[in-house]
Design a protein around this ligand. Sequence first.
Ligand code: IPM
Ligand code: MG
Length: 352
Amino acid sequence: MKIAVFAGDGIGPEVTAQAVRVLEALNLDGMELTEGDVGGAAYYKHGHPLPEATLDIARASDAILFGAVGDFSCDHLERHLRPEQAILGLRAALGLFANLRPATCFPGLEHMSGLRPEIARSIDLLIVRELNGDVYFGEKGMRTLDDGRRQGWDMMAYAEDEVRRIAHVAFRAAQGRSKKLCSVDKANVLETSQLWRDVIIETSAEYPDVALEHMYVDNAAMQLVKAPGNFDVVVTGNLFGDILSDQASMCVGSIGLLASASLGERQTGYGTFGLYEPIHGSAPDIAGQGKANPMAMILSAAMMLRHSFGLEAEAARIEGAVAKALEDGVLGGDLGGTAGTQEVGDAVLARM
Ligand code: IPM
Ligand code: MG
């Protein structure tokens, strides 16, 4: 079980250390952790946010545990040298096209949501975000127009096979849940979205047991705060998925609790190769202070055990311990509490 550990920037290393403690406590046979540099940390050490050596570690592994990247001191660099290129580069190089972002309200944390408790309590959804295409990976550039004005541009595009493969992931996920799928697009304005919608409809013929609905992204943003309990599986493109998943995290109370899995087609001897990361970022404002809540990172490790290693019982054991810690009032600053990074790690370990 080869696991690459890329902690990255800001709070990345602190929260990753706690997830590693949790994994080590399980005493899994043959588990091997290899660390690699990514993000701003890698740029300052090697001159590149995603060094070749890191990519080699990734390719030789069965799964990747990824902390966070992002460092304001790199904002002046050319785009290809910025920290974010580490995660974008890994997603592209490893063909990790399916991003699963579950959002559920933990019992007892309803009051942390910006929504009324009875609405927060109803949230149990899964965002399936396409991760290899869209305006993220289209051509882009800066140019000066004939009249002297500067213009920045980014091309948004989806090819039908890119939509089809994420559609299959989403329909299968819906089959495993309550058989409801909502596809989010902007087909009233964008051609990219019209193709997206057409292909989703074509694919739905293979899943007659799943009830499919379509929603424009602006309406979806509204429904997510109005009646989030009506969503189950949501499938959407890269950009809309980025935005809606941050929104969903605050609907359930904190971005410090949400984990994610990024999967491709590659199968290892254990399961599906994947990258696992919290949906939160590097939070430079609290980095190095031992304050960051490591729960999203710990829950990402649980997702890794489930999806990449088929270790359902171990995954459930970690998730149960996190839920119990929250129930017992072990709350980080993001949840209005005072528990520090190490303390939360201790609490989860004690409950495992
Ligand atoms: C995320 C992040 C990334 C994204 C950034 C760090 C490039 O916001 O994983 O949601 O936009 O995909
Ligand atoms: Mg994001």
